[in-house]
Design a protein around this ligand. Structure first.
Ligand code: MTE
Length: 302
């Protein structure tokens, strides 16, 4: 089973090299070593031009409560999570429900490199070069029925491999949800890798959601179930503390968390004295997604 089409043959230095070369398509075509990487994810028009964080930042500073609450816990313990074989149950209001093997989930979905900002609700941010495909592509393939209004997601629950699940602080499995129009938006992707490599376990291997205009906790990791439903589904952080974490959780510098400001953020890896920057409405994706929320009061639907 091939999880990625080229990650396994493309060490990071080549990836970095390739990115520099990608600025000129002619150069790319003229480079024989690169022509062999076939097929490969195409760069996306949705990518930010900001410099990606270092791989070390992206893989050593994580939130993945199944492995503990410390930022270093996922890197330390997620290696025990078995990600092969992997399947996803797709059920609810769909024409073709079933248990889909990961390879089948990815079948026919064009992989892209999407360099996205990730803004955590804790007011830090990173830039991550994901490899993934649009969730809409998968949903269209399984056939969304007319009664479906929301999409619910669940993470793996396997306490033997996930020491954090010994804690009853969260009602496992970790859950998230999107409104159907958010799920179908082209910015919403299922990511299977980053930096041209298969997804590291601590980042949500083998497949996780990435919704770049929402706080990071909406981007649920290690997905085993996707359900099309007619009602707003329960979500982990909203269940834990509804006054602090709403269902929508769009990045919004004008709506503060009850315990801290959301007006600015610390860019991980930017150094002690730099890196504080203003948070942008919808994390900078306002032009693309503001239309989804016309007529909604975002201080109520936070
Ligand atoms: N998914 C699961 N299953 N469990 C988690 O604890 N943490 C979320 C999100 N997805 C989390 C999760 C939070 S709070 C953030 S900020 C992002 O993952 C972090 O993703 P990263 O570690 O790849 O940066």
């Amino acid at each position: 089973m091939r999880r990625l089409t080229w990650s396994d043959v493309t060490p990071k230095p080549i990836w970095l090299n390739r990115r520099q070369l990608m600025t000129g398509a002619a150069t790319l075509l003229a480079t024989p070593a690169l022509a062999r990487l076939d097929p490969e994810p195409t760069p996306s028009r949705y990518s930010t031009t900001e410099a990606p964080n270092a791989l070390e930042d992206i893989t050593a500073y994580n939130n993945f409560y199944e492995f503990g609450t410390g930022k270093g816990d996922p890197a330390e313990y997620a290696g025990a999570m078995k990600t092969d074989p992997w399947s996803i149950v797709i059920d609810g209001l769909v024409d073709r429900p079933g248990t889909y093997d990961l390879a089948d989930v990815m079948k026919g979905q064009p992989l892209e490199e999407r360099i996205y900002r990730l803004r955590c609700v804790e007011a830090w941010s990173m830039v991550v070069p994901w490899i993934g495909f649009e969730l809409a592509g998968l949903l269209n393939r399984v056939g969304v029925q007319s009664g479906a209004k929301f999409v619910a997601f669940e993470t793996l629950a396997r306490p033997e491999e996930m020491p954090g699940q010994a804690s009853p602080f969260i009602e496992w499995p970790y859950r998230e949800g999107l409104r159907l129009d958010e799920a179908m938006h082209p910015l919403t992707i299922l990511a299977t890798g980053l930096y041209g490599e298969a997804m590291p376990n601590q980042n949500g291997a083998p497949i996780r959601l990435v919704v770049p205009w929402k706080y990071g906790f909406k981007s649920i990791k290690s997905i085993v179930r996707i359900s099309l439903v007619d009602k707003m589904p329960p979500t982990t952080w909203n269940m834990l503390q509804p006054s602090e974490y709403g269902f929508y959780s769009n990045v919004n510098p004008k709506v503060d968390h009850p315990r801290w400001s959301q007006a600015s953020e610390r860019r991980i890896g930017a150094g002690l004295f730099g890196g504080r920057q203003d948070t942008l409405m919808f994390n900078g994706y306002e032009a693309e997604v503001a239309g989804l929320y016309v007529g909604q009061d975002l201080t109520v639907d936070f």
